[in-house]
Write a protein that binds this ligand. Structure first.
Ligand code: TMP
Ligand code: ASP
Length: 244
């Protein structure tokens, strides 16, 4: 595999072409943004941790039969993935009220939801990723009904896999965001699964172990991500490339 020219730079990742047209390389940056890029910082090693955490989650999901874009880890910041035609619909899965759901509906944070909630947002920073429903999705031809059905099925299956897996590591999976794309006529789970895109709470203390620490200026962001990785990998203190 050869890394070729730069294809696209997002807020947290850079995509490069490879010598194989069906594969691209994802490089995880240390950049952290919130509120559609209004709040910005560089958090040393965040990219390394998110590359490793995403690889861990994608491999776990593949073992459970989920079709993900992950192929293999290339370096401490890079993974090789299937090239997807991204569907510009973010799928949000919620188990416990937090963040924008609490704000929008007045449900106090930490309230356990009686049923898992699925939400959809249009992936468009300029419009601030507005929430949309199936009618908007079909009216804008963002995805077909059968594609939405598959995305919803996979999103709920991912939740069913990750909730008990994380519970066993003393982590509550509060909510998370997934992105999907098309590859060879199939719907494939893409993007990343990391504390940037999930809410993780420590089961005992309730302490936040995700990007809310950055959004709310709580400090200890990278330390929290590192602790999530340590619990997933079961080691004492995961060695992260670039550290001495
Ligand atoms: P929210 O409560 O702010 O709508 O976030 C719901 C979930 O989606 C949460 O786990 C964080 C994640 N998320 C992203 O991955 N990207 C985003 O741009 C936002 C706003 C949230
Ligand atoms: N991902 C969004 C941003 O970078 C918002 C967020 O995660 O809070 O601005």
């Amino acid at each position: 595999m050869q890394k070729k020219d730069f294809l696209y730079e997002g807020k947290a990742k850079i995509i490069y072409r490879t010598d194989d047209p069906v594969h691209v390389l994802v490089e995880f940056k240390d950049d952290a943004t919130a509120f559609d890029g209004v709040k910005k910082d560089r958090l040393e090693d965040k990219g390394v941790l998110n590359n490793r955490l995403s690889a861990h989650f994608f491999s776990l999901l593949e073992q459970h039969g989920i079709n993900t874009h992950y192929i293999k880890t290339i370096s401490d910041r890079e993974m090789l993935v299937k090239s997807l035609e991204i569907i510009p619909v973010e799928v949000i899965v919620r188990n416990i009220a937090a963040g924008s759901l609490s704000k929008r509906l007045g449900i106090p944070e930490k309230t356990e939801l009686k049923k898992t909630v699925l939400e959809f947002s249009l992936k468009d920073d300029e419009l601030h990723d507005p929430m949309i429903n199936h009618y908007h999705i079909y009216a804008m031809d963002l995805a077909k009904p059968e594609e939405m059905a598959e995305m919803e099925r996979v999103a709920l299956k991912v939740n069913e896999i990750l909730v008990p897996y994380l519970k066993d590591k003393n982590i509550v999976l509060v909510d998370f965001k997934l992105e999907f794309g098309r590859h060879n006529g199939e719907i494939v789970l893409g993007d990343e699964i990391s504390p940037d895109t999930c809410r993780f709470w420590d089961s005992s203390s309730g302490e936040k172990m995700d990007k809310d620490r950055f959004r709310r200026d709580m400090g200890g962001v990278v330390e929290a991500y590192r602790e999530v990785l340590r619990r997933l990998e079961g080691g004492e203190n995961p060695a992260v490339e670039g550290e001495s």
